[in-house]
Design a protein around this ligand. Structure first.
Ligand SMILES: CC(C)(COP(=O)(O)OP(=O)(O)OC[C@H]1O[C@@H](n2cnc3c(N)ncnc32)[C@H](O)[C@@H]1OP(=O)(O)O)[C@@H](O)C(=O)NCCC(=O)NCCS
Length: 164
């Protein structure tokens, strides 16, 4: 288990199939961000993507799933349990994603998120990504994988030789 330098109470470790139920519980607790129809997709992605979990006092409180693409590493899913927001867990998971990307020889971390700018919960999500160093690359107005809703494409270029 990796002890992080960010917060001595938090451990980050690789996600395993044993974490699946806990991950789904976290997702179900965040209905402003995740509708129930995404659960089968998350379960499927857990089986094929690299994932990490943030563990606080022995309990998983957040997770990230990473899609290894030709261009980059894409954050496919990221969530922190309600009640644990604002304690640095999301930043820590992004940091671990950066380390993973660098290890894989990738220099770009990317994420697609709701880009409508009209819905407070996802405005907060965008603020989080800006705080963690992502830049807005593009807004796609009619993004089919989001059922025709707008998507914000965010990128972070990594300095793999420096500190993240
Ligand atoms: C987005 C999310 C993962 C952030 O995790 P977190 O642990 O709360 O974030 P952190 O505590 O590491 O916050 C890092 C910075 O972002 C800021 N931030 C986080 N959420 C924010 C929000 N809703 N509004 C404004 N700023 C926010 C924090 O204030 C902090 O800034 P600081 O460094 O100046 O203190 C978490 O809020 C979450 O699970 N949200 C719901 C699901 C979601 O949006 N997932 C991403 C889908 S693409």
């Amino acid at each position: 288990m990796e002890q992080t330098g960010f917060n001595r109470d938090v451990n980050i470790r690789g996600l395993t199939s044993l974490d699946a139920d806990r991950i789904i519980e976290i997702i179900k607790g965040l209905p402003e961000w995740f509708t129930p129809n995404v659960i089968p997709q998350i379960k499927d992605d857990m089986g094929r993507m690299k994932g990490f979990v943030a563990v606080v006092s022995g309990v998983v409180r957040g997770f990230i799933l990473l899609d290894d693409r030709d261009c980059c590493i894409e954050i496919a899913w990221l969530a922190v349990e309600r009640g644990f927001h604002g304690r640095g867990l999301g930043s820590l998971l992004v940091h671990v994603a950066e380390e993973y990307a660098c290890k894989k020889g990738k220099r770009v971390l990317t994420v697609k998120t709701y880009g409508g700018m009209d819905y407070e919960p996802y405005m907060g999500t965008l603020k989080f990504y800006f705080k963690t160093g992502f830049k807005l690359y593009e807004i796609i107005d009619n993004y089919q994988p989001f059922n025709g809703q707008p998507a914000a494409i965010l990128l972070k270029v990594l300095d793999c030789n420096g500190q993240h």
